[in-house]
Design a protein around this ligand. Structure first.
Ligand code: SAH
Length: 350
């Protein structure tokens, strides 16, 4: 009965918590009608906290060299067809400079787990960015390090760290990753990051292989209790050179439904409408914002490396200039009554 599902949505709004069983029912109760009810609620909650403002983050893809072999990812170590690159410190700074002039006040450094980006190197780069652009926030999304290393990055001035948990179910984690990687270490990293004081982001792919309503319920329960400042969710999209090349991609509909649920659960959370969402649907990013997201993360990487950071097939915006992306997003947001702002876009505590 869909009225039961609507009641569950009301219940998250009032109590900010559901049981695992209720989250499962909520997911299984998906329909277009229920999703619209969730989106309306999420929009109202989001507008109360952040108005119609959309924060932008300049994403700089600093390296596609990776020691890991995640089964879903196009830049996994065993993909011999991936043309590898690594940006220099100077190239990264140049991206920030261009981004700054385009109105970006947050830079996100993302990459594979490239051994050349040692904690020392990362700290040097963070310090330099913070010295040159003191009014900007730096977000890191560079994978797993020790607590000591994360602390050093925080002390160097990094403000936020994104590390998707990928799935909150240990068995499911094992089906998405090689044996060498561990669910426990991923979780350890997230708790360390939060403990150190980073604005911390977790997240997962929607429709990843072997995902079920049970594993999704665990993701929602984890997000409820971990209470991250940010949460990155986007559809899984297959990549031709991975073991998951023939697996089905996730849908924009389910992604938007989950964005709404997460917004209702955590009214202040920073929630991006992802590039992957814009890849499965030409209006995906607009749909994500309308479902309760409040962040966009366009690409600021140098033009000649954009096609090389292919986590999945058909990624959008790989042929565009940063300035073009910025203009395009302005227009897209305006078309749905939202406005891209020049702002660090920090998490609002209350
Ligand atoms: N090395 C960093 C950054 C990983 S890339 C880290 O470990 O955190 C950022 C995110 O892209 C991943 O966390 C994953 O959720 C997502 N991603 C990777 N492959 C994908 C695919 N095929 N489809 C959709 N998203 C993908």
């Amino acid at each position: 009965m869909y009225s039961d599902t609507l009641n569950l949505l009301d219940k998250i709004e009032s109590s900010r918590s559901l049981s695992l069983e209720e989250y499962k029912e909520l997911i299984e109760g998906y329909s277009a009608h229920v999703a619209e009810y969730a989106a309306e609620k999420a929009r109202r909650i989001r507008n109360k906290v952040y108005g119609n403002k959309v924060f932008i983050r300049g994403l700089i893809e600093i390296s596609n060299i990776c020691r890991n072999d995640c089964l879903y990812c196009g830049i996994r170590r065993s993909n011999a067809n991936c043309d590898r690159y690594r940006l220099t410190k100077q190239q990264i700074i140049d991206c920030c400079r261009e981004g700054y002039s385009l109105g970006f006040r947050t830079f996100v450094l993302q990459g594979g787990e490239d051994p050349c980006f040692s904690v020392k190197t990362v700290c040097e780069i963070v310090k330099e960015i913070k010295t040159l652009f003191p009014d900007c926030a730096v977000t890191l999304s560079l994978g797993e390090y020790s607590k000591e290393d994360y602390s050093a990055m925080y002390d160097a001035g990094a403000d936020r760290y994104l590390l998707r948990h990928e799935t909150a179910d240990k068995d499911h984690y094992g089906k998405l990753h090689p044996e060498k990687m561990s669910f426990e270490n991923r979780m350890r990293c997230l708790y360390d990051l939060k403990d150190i004081g980073f604005q911390t982001g977790c997240g997962f792919m929607v429709g990843s292989p072997y995902q079920t309503s049970q594993t999704l319920a665990k993701d929602l329960k984890f997000i409820e209790t971990f209470a991250p400042e940010m949460c990155g969710i986007g559809p899984f999209i297959s990549h031709k050179d991975t073991p998951f090349h023939d697996k089905q991609s996730g849908t924009a509909e389910m992604t938007c439904y989950l964005l709404s649920i997460i917004r209702i659960m955590h009214p202040n959370i920073l929630l991006p409408s992802t590039t992957a969402l814009g890849t499965v649907d030409p209006l995906g990013r607009e749909l994500g914002i309308k479902a309760g997201a409040n962040v966009l993360m366009p690409n600021l990487s140098p033009g000649n490396v954009r096609k090389k950071y292919m986590l999945y097939d058909n990624k959008i915006c790989t042929g565009d200039e940063s300035a073009q992306c910025r203009k395009c997003l302005d227009a897209r947001m305006k078309s749905i009554g939202y406005e891209v702002v020049v702002d660090r876009g920090d998490f609002k505590k209350q």
